[in-house]
Unconditional design. Structure first.
Length: 233
């Protein structure tokens, strides 16, 4: 099992840390896994993707986390970088990282935009943002609908490569039922507007992650079981 974090991404204090070395004196088993991959393990183990052979989890937060299972195996890739959905380019007109999913489809940025639109001084106030969205505030709903379109685009991009049965949506905002509804509606609208896509792709189920924002913790535990106990994925 790999125990070293080569690059911490949004958590730079994790760069280069080898957890097996750090906790060697405690003589305990250690495994390390990316949070997106952990999420799909959790959902495939005990959650809304239970026992599926082809599925994915998308975590909506600062960026867009991802974990993908194909033919019953967690997709790692040659460098353990498969499923890094934040690096899908969604808008080539945006400069720098803003056109990539991590910026262009950021839940944190969406919440900030909604709060600005409703003139709430606390840009991080997710509850106020979703109160406006759920109440049908025109400005808030417009921002939210655009966000859902971007997540639907990510799902279609995934389908074009790996063809999955279901995708579980997690992260903090997934606790709001309107999020899953909105993404499903946005996906259906793409199909309604594009006959070629509608006829080419079998529509995957887009479901709520059972473990919501805690999926990565359960998945990290299951990853430990896989490596230490030899449990099956």
């Amino acid at each position: 099992a790999h125990t070293k974090i080569h690059f911490g991404g949004a958590l730079p204090f994790l760069d280069g840390i080898d957890f097996a070395v750090r906790y060697k004196k405690y003589d305990i088993p250690v495994t390390v896994i990316n949070d997106g991959k952990a999420s799909v393990l959790a959902e495939n183990w005990l959650g809304s993707l239970k026992d599926m052979q082809n599925c994915a989890a998308i975590t909506l937060g600062t960026g867009v986390g991802g974990g993908i299972i194909v033919n019953g195996k967690l997709l790692n890739g040659a460098h353990f970088q498969a499923g890094e959905l934040s690096f899908l380019q969604l808008n080539m007109k945006e400069p720098g990282f803003d056109g990539f999913a991590g910026g262009y489809a950021s839940a944190v940025q969406m919440i900030k935009n909604v709060n600005e639109a409703i003139e709430n001084d606390d840009e991080t106030d997710g509850l106020a943002a979703f109160e406006a969205i759920n109440n049908g505030n025109e400005k808030a709903k417009k921002i939210f609908d655009e966000y859902c379109k971007r997540i639907a685009a990510i799902i279609i991009d995934i389908q074009a490569v790996v063809d999955l049965d279901a995708i579980a949506i997690g992260g903090g905002i997934s606790a709001q039922p309107i999020v899953i509804q909105g993404i499903n509606q946005a996906y259906d609208q793409v199909l309604a507007d594009n006959e070629l896509i509608r006829k080419t792709f079998t529509r995957p189920k887009i479901v709520e992650a059972k473990f919501k924002n805690g999926a990565n913790l359960y998945g990290a535990l299951y990853n430990l079981f896989i490596h230490v106990n030899g449990e099956k994925l």
